[in-house]
Design a protein around this ligand. Structure first.
Ligand code: GLA
Length: 596
């Protein structure tokens, strides 16, 4: 790895500009790491020098196969260098202050800017209500970090352009828009530290499966699990040891979702300082007769039998749209429910697909929809330029789209779309007009009665819909909008578009996607019911397919083994006959194989 994330004290003292300035405009003292200014010319110069020297010294060592740039890029700097770079970025984006003022609707509260120098990044004691500014600042920060990574990439590639580069991304990190790094890195990688609990870990497993899928989908090719711990994670409030099996299940989960590696932070525990108690392959005790070392060795033996898996990938027919710019804007929207935009609303859809073993790509509004049968796009509040057309074309040409409440409210500058929601022609695609959205306090509920005879609790957000050609599949049963459509479907062109008007309880998503998945004959890892907490991940190429089964339920589970699949024994190199069922101990992982 290049050392840019952790610099020496002398450098921070000699060149104060390398130290980050916080949002409150206080320059940090020298401390910790991952806190340098991304704009500082001096820091860029010094980093390029040491990166190049490293590449010259180690680049031709056969053990060096990949450069890991920096470490867990994160955070923002608000120094004057960054402010000026931001203004330059804005000038390029808008051309004139007039255009910028329009894009930010800056006339509101008389916030029109008359000089570029008046523009400052958002601050707790400064501007924090001009949403267009906040959105553009985040876009700029991503741009600046991408530019920094490019600088480091160019430094190491100047010595040997054939060595690939990566950056290690983080769980649910959305301080930056990771998809903007797609073309800068050769391989995607990330650091996974789930807080496994006793017993049933199904919800957490689905949550981390989503992260794996997100990282793989960045480049739509296998990724690397850059960091994981073989035992405890010392920065959690409680450093719980991994229960027997969990190291195996968590590692194979990454492989099943497309990782071509299982790697650790860290090989050996350091003697002192902040991470001395963090899990590692080698303990301070220094022997190989520890439970953790043996766990790692056993996993290594199993992975050795799965070498060919590296030539397969995950090829989903379903895409879930999760767009970071949309999330930035939605969380800062000031209405309709300021405490109510959260990850669970996306995961509700994902989990229902995961429970059926349906492979899913997690893409954003820059993504290409071609080739998918089903596109699930929850809460597409902000429509980035061109995306509504992609959705429209996708449905028109025979695709199935699922949208929800809070769709198509604003354009990419966070300016409300006029003429009714969902905007930009999506009313026609969904066949509904979303006149208004009711926000419910925590604990308040409505109910949706579906045409399958079941009723589901609705919470947090309920869209008030008018049919514009769509057929109602479910109606609200309470309050002043009782009897009005809550869930609809509309035929548009060759395809159809569902609109789920409210945030519903999990059973709804489970029932809805089970039915839809079967109807569309969407690819599943296995054509069987999966027991609770057992995930099935499919990796394949033209010739063969693997299914990775992980049991996160905390209990023993037995399931049917469909015809054609053989169980790969953990020790054996060759497939064995599997019988017609497979049993998984708690946190066990089994691999199935099939020639296509
Ligand atoms: C992060 C960092 C590592 C280490 C681990 C500890 O992922 O990249 O350097 O600090 O956390 O969990």
């Amino acid at each position: 790895a290049t050392p840019s994330a952790a610099r020496p004290a002398w450098l921070a003292r000699k060149y104060p500009e390398v130290r980050r300035v916080r949002g409150d405009r206080v320059r940090e003292l020298y401390n910790r790491r991952q806190n340098h200014c991304y704009t500082s010319p001096i820091y860029r110069e010094k980093v390029a020098i040491i990166d190049r020297k490293l590449a010259e010294r180690f680049g031709d060592d056969p053990a060096v196969i990949l450069w890991h740039i920096g470490n867990e890029f994160g955070g923002e700097c608000h120094c004057e260098l960054c402010q000026n770079a931001f203004r330059t970025w804005l000038q390029k984006r808008y051309g004139s202050l007039d255009a910028l003022n329009k894009a930010w609707n800056a006339t509101f509260w008389s916030h029109n800017y008359t000089e570029w120098s008046q523009i400052e990044s958002p601050a707790p004691h400064g501007e924090n209500a001009v949403q267009g500014l906040a959105l553009d600042w985040k876009r700029f920060v991503t741009h600046q970090v991408v530019d920094f990574v490019k600088m480091e990439r160019d430094a190491v590639k100047a010595v040997d352009p054939s060595l690939p580069v990566t950056i290690n991304m983080m769980y649910d990190y959305y301080g930056y828009n990771y998809s903007k790094f797609r073309d800068v890195i050769d391989v995607a990688s990330w650091d996974s530290y789930p807080q496994w609990r006793a017993g049933d870990n199904a919800a957490l497993a689905a949550d981390f499966a989503f992260e794996h899928d997100k990282i793989r989908s960045l480049k739509k090719q296998p990724f690397l699990l850059m960091e994981s711990t073989p035992s405890a994670t010392n920065w959690w409030p409680v450093s719980r040891l991994k229960r027997p099996g969990m190291h195996l299940a968590a590692s194979m989960q990454a492989v099943g979702h497309g990782s071509n590696s299982v790697q650790y932070f860290q090989i050996r525990k350091s003697r002192g300082s902040f991470e001395k108690f963090h899990g590692a392959v080698i303990d301070h005790y220094d022997g190989n007769d520890t439970r953790v070392f043996q766990d790692v060795a056993a996993l290594g033996r199993r992975l050795e039998t799965l070498d060919q898996v590296g030539n397969t990938t995950v090829a989903p027919e379903v895409a879930l749209v999760y767009d970071v710019e949309n999330r930035w804007a939605m969380e800062n929207a000031a209405g309709p429910r300021n405490c109510g935009i959260h990850r669970e609303q996306i995961l509700a859809h994902y989990r229902a697909l995961w429970e059926q073993g349906i492979p899913v790509d997690v893409i954003d509004e820059e993504g290409d929809l071609n080739g998918y049968k089903l596109v699930v796009a929850p809460m597409l509040y902000l429509l980035r330029a061109g995306f509504s057309k992609k959705l429209r074309d996708f449905v028109e040409q025979g695709g199935t789209l699922v949208g929800t409440y809070l769709t198509g409210l604003v354009n990419e500058n966070d300016l409300c779309l006029l003429g009714g929601w969902p905007g930009e022609g999506l009313q026609e695609v969904f066949g509904v007009w979303n006149e208004d959205t009711d926000a419910l306090w925590d604990g308040e509920e409505n109910q949706v009665d579906l045409d399958n005879g079941r009723s589901y609790k609705a919470k947090e957000l309920c869209a008030l819909l008018h049919g514009r050609g769509a057929q109602a599949l479910g109606v609200y049963s309470r309050d002043f909008y009782a009897g009005e459509a809550a869930v609809t479907v509309n035929r548009f062109g060759q395809g159809k578009a569902f609109y789920i008007g409210a945030f519903l309880e999990q059973d709804f998503y489970r029932d809805f996607y089970r039915k839809l998945g079967r109807e569309l004959e969407v690819k599943r890892a296995l054509a069987v019911e999966l027991p609770h907490g057992v995930e099935a991940c499919l990796r394949e190429n033209q010739e063969e397919a693997y299914v990775f089964l992980q049991n996160f339920s905390g209990a023993r589970q037995t399931m049917a083994l469909p015809a054609g699949w053989q169980l790969l024994s953990p020790q054996g190199l060759s497939p064995q006959g599997g019988g017609n069922s497979v049993t998984l101990a708690p946190y066990d992982s089994q691999t199935l194989w099939k020639r296509k």
